[in-house]
Design a protein. Structure first.
Length: 404
């Protein structure tokens, strides 16, 4: 039986968009729709999968949206501003007092629109913090720490955090930077980590794996997914350069984003014999691809702690593979690696350390580490996360004074 207030999910990324954010928002919307009326304001046009349509599923309203490439910063910024504005007016139409609206930090203008619309309509609002802006832009050296844009965004954040009723973090390291904002209080913060989409179970290193069988090396180092402004592609390539005379070690790279364009440029110039590229892997082939490598790299720039968490991390653990994580030790993924003995944490910028970690991985007890990885992945469970989101939504619906 549905409660009085409805839930509105506002997201630029939603199926049929194939991104991780789209999958996460769809999972949450469908779970909450079990108990409540749910409307999704989506910026991703196209036909929904059959599993997300019909009775008891969210009602999806398309918001006009045109997403520019990540390298076209001006056009992308303008497109995201227009999407945020259109979403704001859609929320003004849809929201009523007592409703709850849930959104995510992509694009970065969207949470401001959601918080403002919810406050104007007497609704409650919650934000899933995947990336903290402008901190992530400062980390990527796109903005200067003391620039006018940075200071303006931080001032806007303080107002937004004051208006929001809840902020969901996916990493324990997010709390300190959030609390640096004057509008944020600890009682608004909820920690709900992301989850593995693959069933946790150690996959064997099969010689007939379609991604592995063309490679003669015994030890395969993998890199997969989106490489954005927060990632450091050059440390991966330079580690491959250091290891080019070790024929047992080969790098298998597949993904998208500005970082992968840089990797392809570097390979075109150097033509390293121990580096291979694979086209972006479809979801149906993801499990086989992740099982192809002995070790996976997640290469962050410095100062990642508190501003970004790699969602791909959990699926790497689910297939039973160790990771070499380039990051500060206090970052969420680094804490998980160290606490559970899942691989190596490498200082950002230290190519020599990454090369040493790869060498160490090639000599370690793979079976023991696979067992630990699968056990850790099982802790990051979809059902647990979905129940936590449902519980937070119920709390926001029941308690109008929550986090005021």
């Amino acid at each position: 039986m549905h409660s009085q207030g409805k839930i509105v999910v506002a997201s630029q990324h939603y199926p049929p968009d194939p991104s991780t954010t789209a999958a996460i928002m769809a999972e949450i919307a469908c779970r909450v729709a079990v108990d409540h009326e749910v409307i999704v304001l989506s910026g991703s046009p196209g036909e929904l999968p059959a599993s997300q349509t019909g009775p008891g599923k969210p009602r999806v309203i398309a918001i006009k949206n045109r997403m520019a490439g990540k390298t076209a910063l001006v056009r992308r910024g303008w497109s995201e501003l227009l999407f945020a504005a259109r979403t704001f007016f859609a929320l003004i139409r849809e929201l009523r007092a007592g409703d709850v609206v849930l959104t995510v930090t992509a694009p970065f203008m969207l949470p401001y629109a959601v918080a403002a619309a919810a406050r104007l309509r007497g609704a409650r609002s919650a934000l899933i913090m995947h990336d903290l802006f402008p901190d992530v832009l400062v980390m990527a050296e796109i903005l200067k720490p003391g620039s006018l844009v940075t200071r303006t965004m931080r001032a806007a954040n303080s107002l937004m955090f004051r208006a929001l009723n809840a902020v969901i973090t996916i990493g324990r390291d997010a709390e300190p930077p959030l609390l640096s904002y004057s509008g944020m209080t600890r009682n608004k913060i909820r920690f709900i980590p992301n989850w593995a989409t693959l069933v946790p179970a150690a996959r064997p290193l099969a010689p007939d794996n379609p991604f592995r069988k063309a490679l003669s090396a015994r030890f395969i180092v993998g890199l997969s997914g989106n490489l954005g402004f927060t990632h450091d592609p050059e440390i991966v390539f330079e580690a491959a350069r250091l290891l080019k005379n070790e024929p047992d070690i080969h790098f298998l790279l597949s993904g998208w984003g500005i970082g992968f364009e840089r990797l392809k440029q570097l390979q075109a110039e150097a033509n390293l014999p121990n580096v291979s590229f694979v086209a972006r892997v479809a979801d149906a082939e993801l499990e086989a691809f992740l099982a192809a490598a002995n070790l996976w790299i997640i290469p962050y720039r410095k100062d990642v702690a508190g501003v970004s968490v790699p969602s791909r991390f959990y699926n790497l653990l689910a297939v039973g593979r160790p990771v070499a994580l380039v990051s500060e030790p206090e970052a969420e993924a680094a804490l998980t690696v160290v606490e559970n003995g899942l691989g190596w944490v490498v200082t950002p910028g230290r190519t020599d350390q990454l090369a040493d970690a790869i060498r160490a991985a090639s000599r370690c007890d793979a079976a023991a580490m696979a067992e630990r990885a699968v056990k850790a992945a099982a802790k990051f469970d979809r059902t647990t996360a979905m129940n936590a989101y449902a519980g937070l939504i119920d709390e926001l619906l029941r308690n109008p004074d929550l986090a005021e």
